[in-house]
Design a binder for this molecule. Structure first.
Ligand SMILES: *Cc1c(COP(=O)(O)O)cnc(C)c1O
Length: 376
């Protein structure tokens, strides 16, 4: 980790990777080498995995600088940069064994449920869901077999918000060895640092806000427990789902602007929320108050088709969190893997759209939404 005194997230981000290279380079250099020379047999025998380099699957100088920055941003101890958000989910859950129980919020990124079902059918992990309403209901679900509680807040796409502090306290009171894991993709460490609120593991799809430019695929796991970190490290270097060094460098560069990007995403989203609420065709708007994700319902499926077919500035495309605004229909895209009964319960319907507000001028985005609603 960088320094002793506590820095603000803006400063950590702006100086991501700086002042670490022996040559004094201001921007962190990009190391493509897949392997590293041993200066002596002595060094090879006493190799320090946390500081030195042998082979790129274990660590590269660029990826390590990124991981150290992520540790600082999330107030953790150790971070792992992976090839995708789903690789991060897999690493986080790699501690599960047959018979262990995983409890998750019922509203999550759709791919999570596909992986949970895989763990159920192939590993024999038991899986239960909680609706995020009452803590007492979560406590009722806990059992001696519970190993992980998996959360997203705000949730995706229905924007449920959870009190992570109260929730972590209740879970740990029941059994301090249960791991509370939080996917922090939507709020990022700028708005929420789950480890400081009692969570044990933070996961990101770095493909989204952390990268912010719709140009890389990545995942992140951050923990604040050395023993858990060592367990993850073994799995990480063994399975090799590591982030490519070029992507690590791109992500490091992107992190520098994360705080100002998030500020702008929020400002614009607030304006667009207001616009959507002013339109009679929009029956409901879900916005958690920060960041750039807005879900909204239109009055008819025909109108949904009209909007998706007619937006011009906003791209009808999956993903989120980038400079470019995107609109998706969760039912057919991000949440196609969620079972039908559950989609109905959550309100993932043919009239629900999810907008990722980008960094364009919000007035232009509003004009685009307005023309797509006015069409015909
Ligand atoms: C996209 C996403 C994921 C999956 O990440 P990938 O980088 O696409 O593998 C996980 N969680 C959330 C909240 C996401 O938005």
């Amino acid at each position: 980790m960088g320094s002793q005194c506590k820095k603000s997230v803006e400063t950590i981000a702006a100086q991501a990777g700086n002042h670490r290279d022996a040559n004094g380079s201001v921007s962190a250099p990009l190391y493509f080498s897949s392997n590293y020379r041993h200066p002596s047999l002595e060094q090879a025998i006493n190799f320090d995995e946390q500081k030195e380099y042998t082979y790129a699957r274990l660590a590269t100088p660029t990826r390590r600088v990124l991981e150290e920055t992520l540790v600082e941003l999330e107030s953790g101890q150790r971070a792992f940069a992976l090839s995708s958000g789903m690789a991060a989910v897999q690493l986080a859950l790699s501690i599960l064994k047959t018979g262990d129980e995983l409890i998750s919020l019922d509203d999550l990124y759709g791919g999570d449920f596909r992986y949970f079902r895989y763990l159920e059918s192939h590993i024999g992990v038991k899986f239960k869901q909680w609706d995020g309403e009452k803590l007492a209901d979560l406590v009722d679900l806990l059992s001696p077999a519970t190993r992980v509680v998996w959360l997203e807040t705000p949730s995706n796409p229905t924007m449920k918000k959870l009190d992570l502090e109260a929730l972590s306290a209740v879970v740990h009171e029941y059994n301090s060895s249960i791991l509370v894991m939080v996917d922090n993709t939507f709020y990022t460490p700028i708005y929420q640092q789950p480890l400081t609120l009692g969570a044990d593991v933070v996961v990101h799809s770095a493909t989204k806000y952390l990268s912010g430019h719709n140009d890389l695929l990545g995942g992140v796991v951050v923990v604040n427990d050395e023993q858990l970190a060592n367990e993850y490290y073994e799995y990480y270097i063994t399975t090799g789902d590591t982030m490519a060094t070029f992507d690590a460098w791109l992500l490091l560069r992107s992190l520098k602007t994360l705080p100002i990007r998030m500020e702008r995403h929020t400002e614009s989203a607030l304006k667009i929320k207001e616009f959507l609420e002013s339109r009679s065709e929009v029956t409901k708007v879900l916005y958690p108050g920060k960041a750039g994700m807005i879900s909204f319902y239109l009055s008819t499926p025909e109108l949904t088709r009209q909007v998706l077919d007619n937006v011009k500035l906003i791209s009808f495309a999956e993903s989120l969190g980038g400079a470019e605004s995107l609109i998706t229909i969760p039912l057919y895209q991000t949440h196609a893997d969620v079972e039908e009964a559950q989609r109905e319960k959550l309100g993932i319907t043919p009239t629900l759209l999810r907008l990722s507000v980008g960094l364009e001028n919000p007035d232009d985005l509003i004009a685009d939404l307005a023309q797509s609603l006015d069409k015909n």
